[in-house]
Design a protein around this ligand. Structure first.
Ligand code: ATP
Ligand code: MG
Length: 375
């Protein structure tokens, strides 16, 4: 039988183009072909048992049309069936959301068997079929898409939220690895409205199961601070730092220690942990930089390594501004001024003046304190 290999653009690229957004990366589905045919055409397989290939000249992903069947727990428990007789409609049926289950042919025709266009217009995140429940990762993905597209007016369809709740109650979420959860969380932190991510997880009864650290966060109180931050700084690291600070009860507890434990449990990269610890430890001092004494100013500067080129100064200033809406921006200019003066303290000059060893260290500190006192 004569088969015709056909290639379709699918997933995020079709969706984002329809939303009028810039398309970042393009995913393709190949119908009517076998792995051997793609290999013969020079496509490179991404893995051994996965029907996905990279086209060498563009680096873009081409997946053989496939169906999936659940065969075990969690994300690994899937059996693929990829063969030339799997249709485009079959492949689109296994996808998570209707807005992600559209395809465009080489001729520009839209293939939309599950109502993606309708849901784009209705601003609804809606599952494609009941097979949605087979992959617990989708709970996180939907929450992340809700956060990403909240500014466009999207929310989660009631029936999809109900399925997400059922997944949570089934215990399947416990099969997601910590790495997978962190990966989705980190992406959600970079969206315009990370609190929507947490809110949707809460509504799906998944928050206490996946990210219990943030289950006590007062979403109403956090929103204004986070909105102020996002206007200044969209990095996921800064967002994480603010959420950590706000979620830990203000008290005498060693909060840095709590953050370190939290970051370890979440398997957050160190740069997330470090900024969060620095912010928690020093935002009050930064905010009251005028009132504190010279020794405290110097202690902060040295502890935050603000004299080093790769310090987190700008993130810390953004965070402090977000946390304390009446933070005086003049203070940040004066701090940067002070840092310039401290940088100009010359060890060589002090050595030429006869200081060495321990006395040299003391002389440098005395100079630093002198500058810090005329803040
Ligand atoms: P982005 O712009 O973030 O890349 P995307 O929609 O392209 O968004 P990808 O993670 O790149 O998302 O996945 C590509 C497509 O594969 C999705 O649009 C969706 O159709 C499908 N997909 C990915 N992961 C899943 C999943 N866990 N369950 C069902 N479908 C999925
Ligand atoms: Mg994509």
């Amino acid at each position: 039988m004569q088969r015709l290999m056909q290639i379709y653009l699918v997933g995020g690229a079709v969706r984002d183009e329809m939303l009028g957004l810039a398309v970042k990366d393009r995913d393709w589905v190949v119908v009517g072909a076998s792995a051997d045919e793609l290999l013969a055409l020079g496509y490179r397989p991404v893995g051994r048992d996965f029907p996905v290939f990279i086209r060498p000249d563009t680096g873009e992903e081409y997946a053989l049309a496939r169906t999936e069947r659940k065969s075990g727990h969690g994300y690994a428990g899937f059996q693929f069936h990829a063969s030339p007789d799997v249709t485009l409609e079959d492949d689109l049926a296994r996808r998570d959301l209707t807005i992600n289950a559209m395809a465009r042919s080489a001729q520009g025709e839209l293939i939309d068997p599950y109502g993606g266009q309708r849901d784009i217009a209705a601003r609804k995140l809606r599952h494609v079929s009941d097979a949605f429940s087979e992959d617990p990762l989708r709970v996180l993905r939907v929450a992340r898409f809700a956060a990403r597209f909240a500014p466009l007016g999207f929310d989660v369809a009631d029936e999809t939220l109900e399925l997400m709740r059922q997944i949570s109650q089934s215990g399947e979420l416990e099969h997601l690895t910590t790495e997978r959860v962190w990966q989705e969380f980190e992406r959600a932190l970079a969206t315009p409205q990370p609190l929507v991510f947490l809110e949707v997880l809460k509504q799906a009864e998944a928050l206490t199961r996946l990210l219990p650290e943030f289950a006590q966060l007062d979403l109403g109180l956090t929103a204004p601070a986070l909105n102020r931050l996002k206007a200044l700084d969209t990095s996921p690291e800064s967002c994480f730092a603010l959420l950590c600070e706000l979620t830990l009860a203000t008290g005498t507890d060693p909060r840095a220690q709590q953050i370190i434990q939290m970051a370890e449990r979440l398997k957050a990269p160190n740069r997330f942990r470090d900024l969060a610890v620095q912010f928690c430890n020093w935002h009050e001092t930064l905010y009251r930089l005028e009132q504190v004494d010279a020794a405290k100013r110097l202690e902060m500067i040295l502890s935050l390594r603000l004299l080093k080129k790769n310090s987190h100064l700008s993130a810390l200033l953004h965070l402090t501004q977000a946390r304390h809406p009446d933070f005086d921006l003049q203070l940040s200019i004066r701090l940067q001024d002070l840092l310039l003066r401290l940088e100009r303290i010359s060890t060589q000059d002090l050595m030429r003046a006869g200081f060495s060893g321990k006395a040299l260290g003391q002389a440098i500190e005395a100079e630093q304190l002198k500058y810090c006192s005329i803040f």
